[in-house]
Design a protein around this ligand. Sequence first.
Ligand code: URA
Length: 262
Amino acid sequence: MSSLQEATALLEQSLRTRRSLLGRTRPSVTRDSLERLTETRPRQRSEISNLKSEMPRSARLAALNEAVRACRQCEHLAASRTQTVFGAGNPDADLMFVGEAPGFDEDKKGEPFVGPAGELLTKIITAMGLTRDDVYIANVLKCRPDMPKGSPGNRPPEPLEMQRCLPYLREQIAIIQPRILVALGKTAMAGLTGRDEAMGAMRGRWFTFENIPLLATYHPSYLLRNGSMSEKRKVWEDMLLVMEKLSLPISEKQRGFFRTAS
Ligand code: URA
């Protein structure tokens, strides 16, 4: 008999004695309830993660967002940010886009891809027959990379900033479990896969991230800088690959977008 069982037996015995002294016939405490009371073992990790995964994705993302909002690992970014930019869209999305980092507009608004590059991404999503509410959009970095005071431009994240912030993106992906990930540009690919190759060599190819198919394509700001039909067509071809993998309907008109007459 373990010491816990001994203690339970003792307690049961003393309750029985007390009951007979008080003249009660029906027990108000049973051995079962006593044993439940003494079940004090700490919850196992697997039980906790089961409980967590029973929580709605929106609640898990909201909890993660709180951690991001409080993050000060990169003190220089925490000091310069207006706010963190967690991510936006459908927590149950099949399709998730991953960009680089918030820029000036995103930092002000607290939402990813709301500046000029974001407008182009929204057009791409619309051309796919979807809305921003159908997909999920996040960045590798949750803070705007700091710029010299008064400077309107944006800079790419530093490796250490990415390294510190990546666990948040990983957790976002683990919660959402999209069927497909699209990496928008080199920084997103470096963050998700560690690859440091030219985008021209990676775009249009499938990779995986934690067993989730991951497609690399150009960042919308690249298209804003180089708006030639041929580059737009390449991104559109990548989106057709995504649509096919998700079994989304594709019209003849959609197939022909940005195709130059030959
Ligand atoms: N560029 C990005 O990579 N992410 C944004 O949110 C905006 C611009």
